[in-house]
Design a binder for this molecule. Structure first.
Ligand code: CP
Ligand code: NVA
Length: 316
């Protein structure tokens, strides 16, 4: 068998015009659905899902999205396939990819996804790793674009851990021309090597990346304040230390007010630890767009799936 198609493991796997196309498809499919239409663009296609970590949004958005597009999914829990234990990654990848049209993989280690992809005959999608969450970034930028009507030059303040979600947000923002300011405590900031890797994408004018450890200064003038958990999956043993270090980075009413703008929106990829990185007041307040953002996971990934399975050119 021959390998066909493209992977979506980080944003650097797509060109700028391809990302635009994914967003166009997502918006069209979302509008179709709102009008009561569910075009069966992926009839007969199958998406395999391998999850080594817990999930609500990512699993449901892929499963519901494929069903709406006329396709099917097969959910494979790690404990059932024994990734790299029951049989080699190469054998799992070759066998699975000979039967399905794409594989979405949520892995403990980023290298597991790249390894699976290296043997796969079909496209592999990163459904979250310790290093990147590119599907989340699609929904994030779709949500911001819907709110403000554009992305160019918008100011996004990331407050908290320099983690997988922040990494993909930076890369996607670079491609779409948004400004990002990252506010993380010392010792929890991206290294210069990571920054270079994240920004090695096709950039649009309007993009800028700043680092401001003081959260109040970082959010000044921000159109979006975005945070995530202080303790990501796999970091549970660091919980006590992290909760102490990150305490000044809580997104609360005072921090929202520090933007100096009434129209600033609040985003969180979810799941949230209410009372830690964000207060109930902000989560449930009028500036919160967390439900719209989560719902956009499905619309954005429908665009991605249609593009990957029907349009993506292997040699682009
Ligand atoms: N945001 C996100 O990826 O959520 P899940 O972990 O529930 O999939
Ligand atoms: N940073 C979080 C995101 C969860 C969607 C984690 O990796 O656990």
């Amino acid at each position: 068998m021959k390998a066909t198609g493209r992977h979506f493991i980080t944003l650097s796997d797509v060109r700028q015009q391809e990302l635009d196309r994914i967003f166009d498809l997502a918006r069209t499919l979302k509008a179709d659905m709102a009008a009561g239409k569910r075009p069966k663009l992926l009839e007969g296609r199958v998406l395999g899902l391998i999850f080594e970590k817990m999930s609500l949004r990512t699993r449901v958005s892929f499963e519901a999205g494929m069903a709406q597009l006329g396709g099917a999914t097969i959910f494979l829990e790690d404990q059932h396939i024994g990734f790299g234990k029951r049989e080699s990654v190469a054998d799992i990848s070759r066998v699975l990819s000979s039967m399905v049209d794409a594989i979405a993989f949520r892995a403990k280690k980023h290298s597991s996804v790249t390894q699976l992809a290296s043997y796969s005959y079909c496209p592999v999608i990163n459904a979250l790793t310790d290093r990147a969450h590119p599907c989340q970034a699609l929904a994030d930028l779709l949500t911001i674009q819907e709110e403000f009507g554009h992305l160019n030059g918008l100011r996004i303040a990331w407050v908290g851990d320099s983690n997988n979600v922040a990494a993909s947000l930076i890369a996607a923002s670079a491609m779409m021309g948004a400004q990002v300011v990252v506010s993380s405590p010392a010792d929890y900031q991206f290294s210069s090597e990571e920054v270079a890797r994240l920004t090695a994408v096709e950039k649009r004018p309007g993009f800028s990346l700043e680092f401001e450890p003081d959260p109040k200064k970082a959010v000044a003038g921000a159109d979006v304040i975005y945070t995530d958990v202080w303790v990501s999956m796999g970091q549970e043993s660091e919980e006590a230390v992290r909760c102490k270090v990150f305490a000044p980075y809580q997104v609360n009413g005072d921090l929202m007010a520090a933007t100096g703008k009434k129209e600033t929106i609040f985003l969180h990829c979810l799941p949230a630890r209410r009372g830690l990185e964000v207060t109930d007041e902000v989560m449930d307040g009028p500036q919160s767009r967390i439900v719209e953002q989560a719902a956009n996971r499905m619309h954005a990934q429908k665009g991605l799936l249609v593009w990957l399975m029907t349009e993506a050119k292997a040699d682009a």
